[in-house]
Design a protein around this ligand. Structure first.
Ligand code: PMP
Length: 454
């Protein structure tokens, strides 16, 4: 296994109060030109980033436990990605694959057809964003099945375009006042073990959803089920064992396309190439983005050849889809994932974080606010509850979640929050982060949790 080399010193260093003068000046410039609807959770502006470090324009070095929302799994300036981008950009930055095609697109498709679960015949199409991949997976499913209805789940997040907003569950901030939404989208209950009224097996939770589909939509009307194998924005919800395979089997029996949205969970993030693999699920179509491109905008759908080849020539595409520079970056990022064995790194991160959170929950005793530690690999989270309610009412604790994220940031550690109830601290470190830097970040997080409890 190749050793990970860093360009920037992997050390947290906050030089003084921030935002510093340069970030503050940029923020002023921003206010009069950038739309207010685009919010940033961290008030500093980036100058450089590498490994687990983000350095701002005033010289502060932050520990990155967010990876730009699960994107920079190989780091924000992986040497192989940088070299591939430079090399490709020096030749051509764009021709449009729909006009004058190039090899990089084909090479990415070859990789994805091979890396995604299942050894059936597959085809791939490349796009730019996660939402665009989801939209296109649904286009394919509807055309191939000649059916309209799409099933999505409680707590789902699939994007911010009109169709994907309809699939996304949470109103504020994603949907409120942005309607009307695309029709023929139906929402059914997810398996959310921590918040079930009584313990329910994965197969039973799946049956609950299936009954609703059959009774309220009719299976013969359903084109596709779209589901995140581990829900991301909704709260890093890992469904109970058996939930996903039961749904996938039902879909197969009923001619329904099973779409796994692995935009956030794919590419080593959960300690496997795809989260579907943890339960041996083979999706009909899989959507990918984020980690795939080493930071360059690229997304993809890979699926059964019979489904994807059902579409008429010209029915799928887009000006920038499979941009050559993004393809070169993806090929290099995938190579780095293999060379650094980032699946093993992700598993190691799960162990480090899990052990520390378990120890902290015990230390907090009756004041414990860690309701649950969950997730897989380097897609892990703690769901916070009001003190002492972890085993009883599980009252969501959004206030402390916010305070903890703010305290971490104040000490130089970038962490993200998520969840339908805004009470989940999620950790998505770059997979190349060193154990030492990760532990320093976790020291800060643990202190922030202790302070919140006091
Ligand atoms: N699906 C999932 C599971 C996601 O997590 C996201 C982004 N958070 C999207 C789709 C949308 O991706 P994008 O922001 O690239 O459109």
């Amino acid at each position: 296994m190749a050793e990970i080399q860093y360009r920037l010193e992997q050390k947290r260093a906050i030089l003084g109060a921030f935002p510093g003068p340069k970030s503050a000046a940029l923020n002023e410039r921003r206010k009069s030109v950038v739309a207010g609807g685009v919010a940033s959770s961290v008030p500093v502006y980036v100058q450089d980033a590498d490994g687990g470090i983000i350095k701002d324009v005033d010289g502060n070095s932050f520990i990155d436990l967010g990876s730009g929302i699960a994107v920079t799994s190989v780091g924000a300036s992986d040497a192989a990605v940088v070299a591939a981008v430079q090399e490709q950009a020096a030749h051509f930055t764009h021709t449009c694959f729909m006009v004058t095609p190039y090899e990089g697109y084909i090479a990415v498709a070859e990789e994805l057809n091979q890396l995604t679960p299942g050894d059936h015949e597959k085809r791939t199409v490349l796009f730019n964003s996660g939402a665009e991949a989801v939209e296109n997976a649904i286009k394919v499913a509807r055309l191939a099945t000649d059916r309209d209805a799409i099933v999505a789940f409680d707590h789902a997040y699939h994007g911010r375009t009109n169709l994907t907003m309809a699939l996304t569950a949470k109103a504020m901030p994603y949907k409120t006042n942005f309607g009307p939404f695309a029709p023929e989208i139906y929402r059914v209950p997810m398996s959310y073990p921590f918040r079930e009224a009584t313990e329910i097996k994965g197969e039973e939770a799946a049956q609950r959803a299936i009954t609703m589909i059959e009774k309220q939509i009719g299976s013969e009307s359903v084109a596709a089920i779209v589901i995140e194998p581990i829900q991301g924005e909704g709260g890093f919800i890992v469904p109970a064992e058996g939930f996903l395979p039961t749904l996938a089997a039902w879909a197969k029996d009923n001619g329904v396309v099973f779409i796994a949205d692995e935009v956030q969970s794919g590419f080593c993030r959960t300690g496997a190439w795809f989260a579907s693999e943890h339960e041996g699920v083979v999706p009909d179509i899989i959507t990918m983005a984020k980690g795939i491109g080493g930071g360059m905008p690229l997304s993809a759908i890979t699926g059964r050849a019979d489904l994807l080849d059902a579409v008429h020539p010209g029915g799928l595409g887009g000006t920038y889809g499979g941009n050559p520079v993004a393809c070169a970056a993806a090929l290099a990022a995938i190579t780095s994932m293999r060379e650094f064995d980032l699946n093993a790194r992700a598993q190691n991160i799960e162990k480090i974080v899990g052990d520390r959170m378990a120890a902290l929950a015990e230390e907090l005793g009756e004041n414990n606010i860690i309701g649950e530690f969950r997730g897989r690999g380097a897609m892990v989270a703690i769901e916070l509850v009001k003190p002492g309610t972890a085993a009883t009412t599980k009252e969501a604790n959004a206030e402390d979640t916010k305070a903890i994220a703010a305290a971490c940031l104040g000490a130089g550690v970038i962490i993200l929050t998520c969840g339908t109830y805004g009470n989940v601290v999620r950790l998505l470190p770059p997979l190349v982060i060193s154990d030492e830097l990760l532990n320093d970040g976790l020291d800060v997080l643990c202190d922030a949790i202790r302070a919140a409890v006091k």
